[in-house]
Design a protein around this ligand. Structure first.
Ligand code: ADP
Ligand code: MG
Length: 587
């Protein structure tokens, strides 16, 4: 990616700063850099992943204490101590992640507060870590013989580390793994249906955020040359979160903005407020409290989006690189039984939404599932796709039982779906949303993504997404935000997303709702072509002309029961169906 002019200007100012600014400001900038690294982790964790942590300061402490202890008590090289610190932090983060990330809603932030406090007291109470007095005599860093023993020399290391982390984070977010991370915010249900292992993805971003914090702590220890528990307490953890939110939790550069504004403002307020009030005290804390409330009320998205508007930016014009098509799964031959639902029962408390329903879908047919609202059709979809498992009964796909599998495992086998109530990531482009559907067709992980070593695979995934988008007729909306599409087109997007997974069974829940006549015709044409390729399609739809013109067979449900099954022309005339479905109005 070619850096824009504002970025070049920013980098030049950064590079020139040590030559131009007095020591005081260099120190301040060093702290801004260190805090930004932690905040960057929180951008991933909170802004992207939607997981709130108040406990990041504890991970900073792990990095600082690891190197503090090892370099003083064991005279270990700081660089080796960094590796040990990262390993310890990773181990602690994985354990804490497993324990806390299962928690949902406000229990998660409470959990992070709990371990934030625990680690803080641990630092203060361990004898070998110097107790509350801390550790002194930490050596300065040496970089190929260059001693980084003052703020000015340290400055370059801090900022190079930060910019490296920014670059890696940006690369990561613009990748297959990054899409999976961003999908967490759209709810685990959709992400899982696309094949994303959401518990694993949460642990991964938690781990990355913890490792960033650890690196910041390591730098901090060697800048300060001593550590004590104070900077790793809960209130600093809250401050990190505040920086992230203020800067713009969803934006990589927001971390720098937030850390910068808070650090400079704090310094300034600590000088000026006591003079105004005529007595000493931490008045800035009150100011920050008010500021946080204002930000949450007026600018939820933080300062970055607002700043970005002031900076003349280039319009994002993207051209997709050439790429070989992805390999496709082999389709079962026409007539193979794909799906067998055997006496599936689904109860919600006392409500029986599916009452021992059986049906099957064979390769190369469109099976329509119809019935009045509340009949249990979407519930059946959720059971088949593993979103909401059956209470009783069995579901088989290609002869294998799938009713006990996770939804991502079912997706992997080639069962892919759309949702009646559209589930997409509104601020992500149409292209990225559809590429999420191809998640299981890529394999490259976080590390290759951070260095953009996965560009060949990524190009193939994007090319596949584009192909499916063209297929559903949204080719001219590729780079538009998905949320800006009319609802009908959002449904088409979901179909493209399901197709990007290369399914052999496609579950479509009311795909034609909200489409114009012409669009419905085109959709019907597409579904006929897919059927011709041997795909099985299970279709829930209210538009009877659409259904009857397309379906090979029809199953009719009412009040959770299957009341009829057969050829469209036969079912259409069935008196039971007319009574139930058309409310007794005979045509
Ligand atoms: P359809 O898609 O045929 O319109 P649904 O499958 O959405 O019907 O709903 C069938 C019945 O199950 C409805 O009475 C609905 O209120 C109920 N239902 C669906 N999902 C849930 C749920 N998660 N919890 C409780 N009741 C549900
Ligand atoms: Mg429904």
């Amino acid at each position: 990616m070619r850096p824009g002019l504002p970025l070049l200007a920013f980098l030049s100012v950064l590079a020139a700063a040590p030559a131009l600014l007095p020591d005081f400001y260099i120190t301040l900038l060093n702290y801004v850099g260190l805090y930004s690294i932690v905040a960057l982790g929180l951008v991933l964790l909170t802004g992207v992943g939607g997981l709130t942590s108040f406990g990041q300061a504890a991970f900073v402490g792990l990095g600082a204490y690891a190197t503090g202890y090892l370099t003083t008590a064991h005279a270990m090289s700081p660089w080796l101590a960094l590796l040990v610190g990262l390993a310890v932090t990773a181990a602690v983060a994985v354990v804490l992640g497993f324990l806390t990330l299962r928690l949902s809603g406000h229990y998660l932030p409470l959990g992070t507060i709990a371990w934030g406090i625990s680690l803080y007291y641990l630092f203060g109470n361990l004898e070998f870590l110097g107790g509350h007095a801390g550790l002194t005599g930490i050596p300065s860093l040496e970089f190929f013989g260059w001693k980084l023993d003052d703020g000015r020399s340290f400055y370059y290391l801090t900022w190079a580390t930060l910019l490296g982390a920014v670059l890696a984070t940006r690369n990561l977010l613009d990748s297959r793994e990054g899409r999976a991370m961003r999908a967490l915010k759209g709810g685990a249900l959709m992400a899982e249906a696309m094949g994303v292992d959401t518990p694993r993805t949460k642990i991964v971003i938690f781990l990355i955020a913890a490792l960033y914090a650890c690196i910041s702590g390591w730098l901090y220890a060697h800048l300060q040359r001593f550590v004590n528990p104070t900077p790793f307490g809960l209130h600093i953890g809250i401050e990190y979160l505040f920086m992230t939110v203020l800067g713009g939790a969803g934006h990589v550069w927001g971390a720098l903005v937030g850390a910068g504004v808070i650090t400079v403002l704090k310094q300034w307020l600590q000088d000026i407020l006591p003079k105004i009030f005529g007595q000493s005290g931490n008045f800035e804390v009150i100011f920050f409290g008010v500021l946080l409330i204002l930000v949450l009320q007026r600018a939820r998205d933080g300062l970055w989006p607002w700043l970005k508007r002031l900076v003349p930016g280039r319009a994002a014009r993207r051209v997709l690189p050439e790429a070989d098509p992805l390999p496709r799964r082999s389709m079962p031959s026409a007539g193979t039984v794909l799906l067998e639902v055997k006496n599936a029962r689904k109860q919600f408390g006392g409500l029986v939404a599916n009452n021992d329903v059986s049906l099957n879908v064979i390769a190369g047919e469109v099976m329509a599932l119809i019935g009045p609202n509340g009949a249990g059709k979407s519930t059946m979809f959720n059971c088949i796709s593993g979103v909401d498992p059956v209470t009783r009964g069995e579901i088989h796909f290609l002869g294998q039982r799938i009713d006990d599998l996770e939804s991502r495992q079912i997706a992997r086998r080639g069962v892919n779906r759309t949702f009646q109530h559209v589930r997409l990531l509104p601020t992500m482009s149409v292209l990225e949303n559809v590429a999420l559907g191809a998640h299981l067709r890529g394999h490259k992980g976080v590390l290759p993504a951070a260095f953009h070593w996965e560009r060949v695979e990524e190009a193939r995934l994007l090319a596949e997404a584009k192909r499916q988008i063209d297929r559903v007729g949204l080719g001219d909306r590729l780079f538009d935000e998905a949320g800006s599409l009319p609802l009908g087109q959002q449904r088409l997007l979901e179909i493209a997303r399901a197709l990007a997974a290369d399914p052999c069974l496609l579950l479509l829940d009311e795909p034609a709702a909200g489409l114009r006549y012409q669009e419905k015709q085109e959709l019907a044409g597409l579904l006929r072509r897919l059927r011709g390729e041997g795909m099985g399609i299970l279709l829930v739809e209210h538009d009877m002309d659409f259904v009857m013109g397309l379906a090979d067979r029809v199953v009719v449900m009412e009040f959770g029961e299957k009341i009829a099954e057969g050829l469209p022309e036969v079912v259409q005339k069935d008196p039971v169906v007319l009574e139930a479905y058309l409310g007794g109005v005979e045509g």
